[in-house]
Every structure is written in structure tokens, then in C-alpha cells.
Design a protein around this ligand. Structure first.
Ligand SMILES: NC(=O)c1ccc[n+]([C@@H]2O[C@H](COP(=O)([O-])OP(=O)(O)OC[C@H]3O[C@@H](n4cnc5c(N)ncnc54)[C@H](O)[C@@H]3O)[C@@H](O)[C@H]2O)c1
Length: 433
């Protein structure tokens, strides 16, 4: 099938490359000329495992092309996926201006039937609005369909998640749209759930809100564990054995970040309020998450007897491992709080330093964990990269001024870290009481 993907970012580029891998002919359109030029030379604009190989191979086979001309994209693809950003507006609602602009331009360029698919995360009722936009912009008599196909991939395992999803959700309201999407997703083994458009839109927001709730829930439990000397990891293990709960997303730590959970939760709260539904639960989830960086910094302050004049080294900056994405990363508010308290901050991340540099002015970036540790009063683990699991803590301790380890992800065994001579600070794993 001929497919067009508008927006060659974390979702769009993976979508385009994976559909090309499955044998489709894909044109990815992006309005960032530098990005398009880079992609035409097989340069991937962000770090994502396996993506480089997929893009290079499919581009060389002629199945994956890149362009900045949206009209060319509309001529090419019978199915057009919209995968542009939907960032938060100052009032918390999703900014749909790019989606609207793209869909208006698609309408103007359409000469025959096109299926326009929302892949970006959008609030419920967006599909209805897009139909109105298309009706107003497409030439009279040119047929079109709108569908919703929310994306559940996770950065860091995006290619695998796309090619081996748990489920595929498509929201449609015509037999033609359903047929095209069923054909496209035929090679996938996952269950294909076909719903109406509004329900598909809600499935995405509700899923992200639920996962955020699990994280804030265990963080709240962790806070109590810290007060009574219990271990939140043991509590989570016990809870997770119940199949109704499950073990995923029960890792207490400094809270969630990234381009999805914080903004999707915020947009979900906003749409609920607009429709007169009280988003009390979601607001509590958000409130707990917003407090986590401050709570973590408070623990560091307590362990060091104050922050002024101390040097803190951050192990990791990206919002999670295996990505260089710094959007809404907890590291940003942690750095702000540490510096506000008068601390000097240094950092090392295996992939995210280029992204992080401009966001964290005044933070000295070190080339590896051992150089990072030099002269530090405390090392704070922010991102649980694999390479941090097996550090040489004897060498690290020798390089530090004071041996304090603040483990923001409960990655380490506290007893083992203490055996190396560190003071260990965790997130509710029996260490704070
Ligand atoms: N990142 C994730 O893990 C993830 C997962 C699921 C869903 N989503 C959702 O997918 C959407 C995209 O997220 P992302 O992380 O891929 O964003 P991104 O910022 O990585 O990519 C967006 C791309 O769209 C391009 N773009 C912007 N305006 C354009 C225009 N007018 N015409 C053509 N291209 C344009 C940008 O240049 C960029 O390349 C969002 O709604 C997000 O919530 C993201």
C-alpha cells in the first residue's frame, strides 16, 4: 500500500520505517528542512535503538522516502497518518494547531479519496473537528475518511513495540476506512480492536492516565514506606503478584516525565473539566508526580546537611533509559531545585547530553560516571541506564569528596552500596526512617 506519514519524529519516523519494513511504500513528510535533508542521507535526528538500520535498509530499497512537500505526500499515500506534535498549551489543553494546519493543507491538496488517520495523541472529539476541517478545505465531491489509530509505542523500544504491539486500536466510522486499516494491519499478530473514533481517542488518554496513576500510587506508598522503614520494592512485589494488579509500573522513584504522560494527563484533565466531569483522581495523580523531584531533593539536602556549596553529580538525564529525549524530564526540575538550594550540579548521560546541554545551562557535563564523581558530595541516580547497574563503586568512592548515593530509581541494593562505604538514600526502600 502507498502510505504517507506527516511528521518524521519519534512516532512518525518509527511508523514510516516499520510500515516500509513490512513492504509498503512510504513517504514521510516533515516541514523541518534540516531534518528531511538529514533523513535523506539516513541521519536519524534522535537516538532510538534499531531505527538507524531500519531507515537505512528501507531507504536503499526505495520503500522509504522523505520530503518536505505535503502536497507530494497527499498525492502519494492513499492512507495518510498524522504524527505531528500535540504539545500542551499554557492552560493544559492539547495544542492542536499543527494537526489542524496539516489537515487543512491535506484537504486542499486532495484530488481523490484519502483516509486521514490521527496517530498523534489527541483529545476525544478531535476526529469530529477534523472532519469539519476537511469538509471546509477539500474540493467539493472529493471523498475522504477520518480514523483514529492511537500509538502505544514507548521510546527506547519503539521499533519492537510498533512491530510487536500488545494491541492495535482503530477508531473508524465507515466500512472503507475499516477495510483499509484492517488490510494494513493484517500482518500483525496482535489483537485489532475496532471502535468508534471517540472511543479510540479516549483509549489512548485513559491508558496513559491509568499508567500515570499506577506510578503515582506506588510513589505515594513509597513515601509512607520511607516514614515507617518498610521497603516499597517488597510491597510492590507482593502487590504485583495479584494478576488484577500486575507488576508493571510499580517502581517507586522520582516520578514520570517525557513527552507523553505529563501532557496527556494534563490534556485529559482539561477535556474532562470542559465536559463537566470532575477530574479529582487525575489531579491527585498529577499533584503527587509534581512533588516527587522536590521530595528527592529534600532527601539529598537532609543527607548532606544542606545544599549550599555542595556538588551533586547526576547519573542520567533522559526521562528514561534508551532514549535521548529530555522533554519534561524530571532531571530538569531536579537541577532547578538543587541549584536553587545553592548546590553546584554536574551530570553525565550516555545519550542525552547533546539534548540536555541547552536545557541545563550552568550544569557541567562529564564524559563518564567516574569523571562525574570527581569532587562530588553526592551522586544522584536519575535515569536507570544499564551501564549504571555495574559501576565500580570503589573507584567512584575514591573520586568523591563525600560518599553519598541518592538512588532516584531504587536501582541499587542499599545493603551492597553501604558495604562500599556509601550513605545510601532511596525512594521508600526502608532507608529513610
Ligand atoms: N514520543 C512518544 O513516545 C509517543 C508515543 C505515543 C504517541 N505519541 C504522540 O505522537 C505525537 C508525536 O509525538 P513525537 O514524540 O513523535 O513528536 P516529535 O516532536 O518527535 O515529532 C513531531 C514531528 O512533526 C514535525 N512537524 C511539525 N509540524 C509539522 C508540519 N506542519 N508538517 C509536517 N511535519 C511537522 C516535526 O518537525 C517533528 O519531526 C504526539 O501527539 C505524541 O503525544 C508520542
Amino acid at each position: 500500500m502507498k502510505i504517507t506519514v506527516v511528521g518524521a519524529g519519534h512516532v512518525g519516523l518509527v511508523t514510516g520505517a516499520c510500515f516500509a519494513e513490512l513492504g509498503h511504500t512510504v513517504l514521510c513528510v516533515d516541514n523541518d528542512l534540516e531534518r528531511v535533508k538529514g533523513l535523506q542521507a539516513a541521519r536519524i535526528p534522535f537516538y532510538e535503538p534499531r531505527l538507524q538500520v531500519l531507515v537505512t535498509e528501507n531507504a536503499s530499497r526505495g520503500r522509504l522516502r522523505f520530503d518536505s512537500d505535503l502536497a507530494a505526500g497527499v498525492r502519494h499515500g492513499r492512507v495518510i497518518f498524522i504524527a505531528v506534535g500535540t504539545p500542551p498549551k499554557p492552560d493544559g489543553s492539547a495544542d492542536l494547531s499543527t494537526v489542524g494546519k496539516v489537515v487543512r493543507s491535506i484537504g486542499r491538496a486532495m484530488l481523490s479519496h484519502r483516509l486521514i488517520v490521527e496517530k498523534s495523541t489527541v483529545p476525544v472529539e478531535t476526529g469530529r473537528w477534523l472532519k469539519r476541517v476537511l469538509r471546509g478545505s477539500a474540493p467539493r465531491g472529493v471523498p475522504f475518511d477520518v480514523a483514529s489509530n492511537p500509538e502505544f509505542l514507548r521510546e527506547g523500544s519503539a521499533v519492537r513495540d510498533f512491530l510487536e504491539p500488545d494491541r492495535i486500536v482503530v477508531g473508524v466510522e465507515s466500512a472503507r476506512a475499516r477495510r483499509l486499516l484492517e488490510e494494513l494491519y493484517k500482518p500483525f499478530r496482535a489483537k485489532l480492536l475496532v471502535t468508534d473514533i471517540g472511543s479510540a481517542e479516549l483509549i489512548k488518554h485513559a491508558s496513559n492516565a491509568f499508567l500515570s496513576t499506577k506510578i503515582s500510587f506506588i510513589n505515594a506508598v513509597g513515601e509512607l514506606c520511607g516514614q515507617v522503614g518498610a521497603d516499597v520494592r517488597q510491597v510492590a512485589a507482593g502487590m504485583g503478584l495479584d494478576p488484577r494488579i500486575g507488576p508493571a509500573f510499580l517502581n517507586a522513584g522520582i516520578g514520570f516525565g517525557g513527552f507523553c504522560f505529563p501532557k496527556d494527563l494534563e490534556a485529559f484533565i482539561h477535556i474532562a473539566k470542559r465536559r463537566g466531569v470532575d477530574p479529582k483522581l487525575l489531579k491527585a495523580v498529577q499533584g503527587i508526580n509534581r512533588r516527587m523531584p522536590e521530595l528527592f531533593v529534600g532527601k539529598i539536602r537532609k543527607a548532606l546537611g544542606g545544599l549550599r556549596g555542595r556538588t551533586i553529580g547526576l547519573l542520567g538525564l533522559a526521562f528514561k533509559p534508551d532514549t535521548d529525549d529530555m522533554r519534561f524530564a524530571p532531571a530538569i526540575s531536579i537541577v532547578r531545585a538543587l541549584r536553587k538550594g545553592g548546590a553546584r550540579v554536574r551530570a553525565y548521560d550516555p545519550q542525552a547530553m547533546t539534548e540536555a546541554g541547552p536545557l541545563l545551562p550552568g550544569v557541567l557535563l562529564a564524559p563518564d560516571p567516574y569523571r562525574l564523581a570527581e569532587g562530588c558530595d553526592c551522586l544522584a541516580l536519575i535515569t536507570e541506564w544499564n551501564e549504571f547497574k555495574e559501576l565500580d563503586f570503589r573507584r567512584i568512592k575514591r573520586a568523591m569528596r563525600r560518599a553519598v548515593l541518592a538512588d532516584g530509581r531504587n536501582l541499587y541494593d542499599p545493603a551492597q552500596i553501604r558495604r562500599f562505604g556509601f550513605r545510601y538514600v532511596g525512594m521508600g526502600n526502608g532507608a529513610d526512617a
